[in-house]
Design a protein around this ligand. Structure first.
Ligand SMILES: [Mg+2]
Length: 259
């Protein structure tokens, strides 16, 4: 990796001249016989770094990225599956625990849960708190088997990243078992180097502690990682504080822009 310190030394005019010279040599093929092209490209990259005066690791260009971190919900998969499952889980809770309406809301709040942007509780967390995880997974894993929720571009992107020698991690608020269920269904486990869930962190991605534990457990250098997700706070603002490069997905097709 090129240290960001090396970007702050030479005056811009010299750097610009060197860059122009290097690009011109590459165009003429001057270096092709005497020096491997890859080495020339590294020199060009260093010069670009100097010319643009990158001051911090979070501003390093994407060519420095070695690990791609993907959010799961609404980044890799369509979470409308949870909307369809919601009434079933709510009725399961009512049947097993005689909880519904305001009483159920109070219980969820007592577990420290918050409704999501669609006005729904996280049914996994809710069932976990109520001791209904097996019943929850019986419903969810059946739904995952039946429904098709993976965004079309995911497998191709994962395959390309692995071909380039990149590491891939799934960084999610979901539980390990949920993430594994999707990776198994869509045969994606072979591309994924690690999974980091809310259970690994003991909290969700909106908490700084999540990112501190992720860095520690996976021995990550944040400046070499690109976090890709759909949530501006959890996938962009908070990880950026720790030096991660970030990419916000606004629609599934945006995923293709990471490669
Ligand atoms: Mg998401």
């Amino acid at each position: 990796m090129i240290a960001s310190k090396s970007c702050d030394s030479s005056p811009p005019s010299e750097d610009t001249a060197t860059l122009a010279e290097l690009l011109s040599k590459e165009a003429e093929g001057v270096h092709k016989g005497s020096q491997p092209l890859i080495s020339l490209k590294k020199e060009i990259l260093k010069t670009i770094c100097k010319t643009n005066n990158f001051k911090s690791s979070t501003e390093l260009p994407l060519t420095m990225i070695k690990t791609y971190l993907f959010d799961l919900d609404d980044t890799l998969i369509d979470t409308s599956i949870y909307a369809r499952l919601y009434p079933k889980i709510i009725s399961l809770i009512e049947r097993k625990k005689t909880l519904k309406g305001a009483e159920l809301d109070m219980k969820a709040i007592s577990f420290g849960l918050k409704k999501n942007k669609f006005g729904r509780w996280d049914t996994g967390d809710l069932c976990g708190g109520l001791g209904l995880l097996e019943e929850y997974y019986a419903e969810l894993e059946t739904a995952i088997e039946i429904e098709s929720v993976l965004h079309d571009t995911v497998e191709g992107i994962f395959a390309k990243l692995k071909k380039k020698g990149m590491k891939i991690g799934i960084v999610s608020n979901s539980m390990q078992r949920t993430i594994q269920a999707y990776l198994t269904k869509y045969k994606l486990a072979k591309y994924v180097d690690f999974i980091f869930s809310s259970e690994d962190a003991g909290c969700r991605k909106d908490n700084d502690l999540y990112w501190k534990k992720l860095i520690e457990k996976q021995q990550l250098k944040p400046q070499e990682c690109l976090m890709v997700g759909d949530d501006e706070l959890e996938d962009v603002q908070i990880p950026a504080k720790f030096g991660f490069k970030t990419f916000l997905i606004q629609k599934p097709v945006d995923l293709e822009k990471v490669i």
